[in-house]
Design a protein around this ligand. Structure first.
Ligand code: MN3
Length: 258
């Protein structure tokens, strides 16, 4: 009995120790292979269009892989061609069924929204938020705003770094699903805020009401494939792909029409 135990012990040391060392180096994880039906094919943004209706998807002026490594190709493809498309199609159905909504701009639908109308709240919000989000991204980010917007950010936050930290902080702390925003309030001041679900600062009864000029989707579908639970890393990556030219244009529009 004793001999068997000693042999077993030696056996364990001979085979287990090297395998432990190896595991530290490679971390082998068993992954099921995709079946033929599950094969992933990535299309083109231009192949995607909403069903007939009042609202169309914003065209992506870049490919699904253009924002890598900040945002991965599969996240972009699913986000644009599935999530965004679904909100758009749902909104079009709701608008077609309600004569009071036909021919209204999306901003007007949101400003006049009855918050108890959950379908319209989620889908009009989902459509507007994603449109602004996808149009806020570019593979050729300048890293920081220039000219007027740069000076207004300095005026209202003290510096770009202070703004970035505040925006990142609200994006990180938004509990559960939601959005982080940079908005222009009715006095022309820039303010950072966040909203839950698909709400946004154009809707009634928000903590901060204003005209959005930049937003970040912090729903898990926007980052979980690449970043898992590390939302902060995704927020840092987002700052590398912001289209500041577009954000500046929105600021000028928001302040010109006051
Ligand atoms: Mn989303």
């Amino acid at each position: 009995m004793k001999r068997i135990f000693i042999i077993a012990l030696c056996f364990s040391f001979t085979f287990l120790l090297p395998s432990c060392n190896k595991k530290k180096l490679t971390e082998v994880v068993e992954v099921p292979l995709p079946s033929a039906e599950e094969k992933i094919t990535i299309g083109q943004p231009d192949d995607v269009s909403a069903d007939e209706g009042q609202f169309a998807l914003a065209k992506l002026p870049y490919e699904y892989n253009a924002l890598m490594p900040s945002i991965d190709i599969l996240t972009m493809e699913v986000h644009y061609s599935k999530h965004y498309l679904t909100y758009t199609n749902n909104l079009n159905k709701l608008v077609a069924a309600d004569p009071l909504l036909v021919d209204l701009a999306i901003e007007d639908i949101l400003k006049k929204l009855d918050l108890n109308n959950a379908d319209l709240r989620n889908n009009a919000g989902g459509y507007y938020n994603h449109t602004l989000f996808f149009e806020s991204l570019t593979p050729k980010s300048e890293g920081q705003p220039k000219d007027t917007l740069a000076s207004i950010i300095n005026r209202d936050f003290g510096s770009f770094e202070v703004f970035k930290n505040q925006f990142s902080d609200v994006a990180e702390k938004q509990f559960g699903s939601g959005w982080a925003w940079l908005v222009v309030d009715k006095t022309g001041k820039l303010i950072v805020t966040s909203t839950p679900n698909q709400d946004n600062p154009l809707m009634p009864k928000q903590a901060i009401v204003g005209k959005p000029i930049l937003c970040l989707d912090v729903w898990e579908h926007a980052y979980y494939l690449d970043y898992r639970y590390k939302r902060k890393k995704y927020i840092d990556a987002f700052f590398k792909v912001i289209n500041w030219k577009k954000v500046s244009e929105r600021y000028l529009e928001a302040t010109a029409t006051k």
